[in-house]
Design a protein. Structure first.
Length: 638
């Protein structure tokens, strides 16, 4: 909807144009109530700004002590994505747009030696580049398709092993906050030749917390102030926050850091004309199929309903959409049934599946996530499953404590869990040493180490410690997670972020974190997460079989026991009907294919037929044309 929050879009675009012109970093705060349209605005900003800036969306940071490394990781991850319609990543397109690259033509640069490349870039940037030889050398490796993935890993701050560092001709990984900040500054320095970098911080209600349990906004504002104080160039920092969250926490942010916000932009309620336009946009696909065409673009809805519901002439986009949904539902099933409680579990499973599919596309390997992020995701899942008292930072190591936590099941001993995927064998040794100390200090009765990465070879110190700690005669165990299991954890984490931000609406209700945790338990949607089974935290119900919330997708090669079947797709079809009550058959088919790309139209129709024969749904009408058929639940009036 182009008219909604247009003034906000224009203001952000104007500030970005200023950054592009004078290269001076600026910071904007966008604030509004839940349902005001922050997600809509950020999505539009990304689409609009992509041609003129590098847009980086930064997930909530799990630990304040590593916030710069978190920002660097998400910045590089955003740059390695391929823009729509492009054959190469944003990072390569950015590199090839540099003037130094254009001087002799792309072919000559690819064929030239590494040192010549480095000398040329150093001549173009004689000052202001941190660790110039190694940084420019890694940029050179981006040109080589074989070394491109490894170069990206170094740039994003992965803790690489010695062999990988040697291949890149660098001495160290980016291991400190200072190094991460300076590498980020390098990107800003070089971006002056191309386009500004937009750093967008959102869903701040689930960032790291201080010792008293408050969200650590000061850590974020420290980063913002440092970007300004260190004169990092060509950045536009956008802080998106709920109005109430800012009011509750503003006094925790030092005034000297608050004044670093150059512009604050509120998201205001929309007019009824705009609400009507929102309805019209949602109804347009249906109106195009209607014969005869409706007289009103919002039929069967009316302007009168909006005026009665919102006599002040203002509302928020989410409220308008929910009102329209309820009215359309009443037309489907009748006013009396529309007032009955909706099937919240069926609706939640549809929300879950949509997010699960998005996560599968976004996260393609486990090491895409940092150890603190993986640990945080698992801890949030444990909290939802009510496994017992949870304590953070279990391992006795100041460096790796955030890679761990412990919990105490009812009437059982404490269980410790550590998770680290760094390929560096030096890091592995320190993790193993921390595990050894935890065992010697009797900090737990059972210790799990979660690690899919290798542990080196016999003779390596970390390898030897691993074999001692996790020997067969001990209660301790190392688990190798699959990517598929990580997708479960990451999906729930994404929903947790959205719940804290007030952005999950299920069956007409906005879920807070308690309601989300309850939905997770009631839906049994985690029952097919193998890692949770191996950790022994799932109830027996559904374990070892397709649970209610099972997700049908192509199995990961590392998880051969996961088998796709038609049962999850049949569940999805029934959940659609439980949520919508009455649907066109063709709409059901296309919606299902949209969620399960491996299914064909004929296969979905066969499943609908099977469910009809089992009397789990009914097809209305004798017309053999699927486009003329309606589908409904047997106990619902057609």
């Amino acid at each position: 909807m182009e008219s909604i929050h247009q003034e906000v879009i224009r203001e952000v675009e104007a500030v970005l144009d200023q950054v592009a012109q004078d290269h001076r970093t600026r910071t904007m705060m966008i604030f509004g109530d839940s349902g005001a349209g922050k997600t809509h605005v950020l999505g539009r900003l990304k689409r609009i700004l992509n041609p003129k800036a590098f847009f980086v969306y930064i997930d909530p940071f799990p630990e304040s002590e590593a916030i710069w490394r978190h920002v660097l990781r998400y910045t590089v991850d955003s740059l390695v994505h391929k823009p729509e319609g492009q054959a190469e990543s944003q990072l390569l397109l950015w590199l090839k747009s540099l003037s130094a690259f254009k001087q002799g033509g792309i072919v000559s640069w690819v064929l030239s030696d590494r040192q010549r490349f480095i000398r040329s870039l150093k001549a173009s940037y004689p000052s202001g580049i941190y660790n110039a030889n190694e940084f420019f050398g890694v940029l050179y490796d981006l040109i080589d398709p074989d070394r491109y993935p490894l170069a990206c890993e170094w740039l994003r701050g992965d803790n690489l092993d010695d062999e990988s560092l040697k291949l890149l001709s660098v001495k160290h990984s980016i291991e400190t906050e200072d190094a991460a900040q300076k590498v980020l500054a390098n990107f800003g320095r070089i971006a002056a030749e191309t386009q500004p970098i937009v750093l967008c911080f959102d869903q701040l209600d689930n960032i790291a917390r201080t010792s008293d349990g408050a969200i650590d906004l000061q850590a974020l504002f420290n980063v913002n102030s440092s970007i300004h104080n260190q004169l990092l160039k060509n950045f536009l920092v956008i802080i998106s926050i709920i109005t109430s969250t800012w009011r509750q926490n503003a006094d925790r942010v030092q005034l000297a850091d608050q004044v670093r916000i150059d512009t604050s932009v509120p998201l205001k309620p929309i007019s009824l004309d705009q609400a009507e336009a929102v309805w019209a946009s949602r109804l347009l696909p249906l109106h195009r199929q209607a014969d005869p065409q409706p007289d009103s673009p919002i039929f069967p809805l009316t302007r009168q309903v909006l005026e009665q519901k919102y006599p002040g002439g203002k509302t928020y986009p989410r409220n308008a959409l929910e009102l329209g949904r309820r009215i359309v539902q009443s037309y489907k099933v009748g006013p009396s049934r529309a007032e009955q409680p909706e099937d919240a579990i069926a609706a939640f499973k549809l929300v879950w599946l949509k997010e699960f599919n998005r996560i599968q596309e976004r996260i393609t390997r486990i090491r895409q996530l940092s150890a603190p992020e993986l640990t945080q995701m698992l801890k949030e899942t444990f909290a939802a499953l009510q496994v017992g008292e949870i304590r953070p930072r279990f391992l006795p190591s100041p460096t790796y404590a955030s890679h761990s936590f412990s919990y105490q099941p009812d009437h059982q001993g404490r269980v410790g869990i550590g998770w680290n995927e760094d390929p560096s064998l030096t890091t592995l040794f320190h993790i193993m040493n921390a595990c050894r100390r935890a065992v010697e200090l009797n900090l737990c009765e059972k210790l799990f180490l979660i690690r899919a990465e290798g542990i080196g070879k016999p003779g390596n110190r970390g390898y030897e410690l691993h074999d001692q700690i996790f020997a067969e005669n001990t209660p301790h165990q190392r688990l190798k997670p699959s990517l598929h299991s990580v997708h479960y954890l990451a999906t729930y984490h994404s929903l947790v972020n959205a719940a804290y931000a007030g952005e999950i609406v299920v069956a007409g209700k906005t879920l807070d974190i308690q309601a989300l945790e309850s939905s997770i338990r009631d839906s049994h949607i985690l029952q097919n997460c193998t890692l949770l089974k191996d950790l022994g935290v799932l109830s027996e119900k559904g374990v070892g079989e397709e649970g209610e919330g099972a997700i049908a997708s192509q199995p990961d090669d590392s998880e051969p026991e996961f088998q796709s079947s038609s049962e999850p797709i049949q569940d999805f079809l029934l959940d659609l009907l439980k949520t919508h009550q009455l649907l066109g058959r063709q709409v059901m088919v296309q919606t299902t294919i949209g969620q399960f790309a491996e299914m064909s139209e004929d296969q979905v129709n066969e499943l609908i037929q099977q469910l009809s024969e089992d009397n789990q749904l009914q097809v209305l009408g004798d017309n053999p044309n699927p486009e003329e058929q309606l589908v409904y639940l047997p106990d619902q009036p057609a």
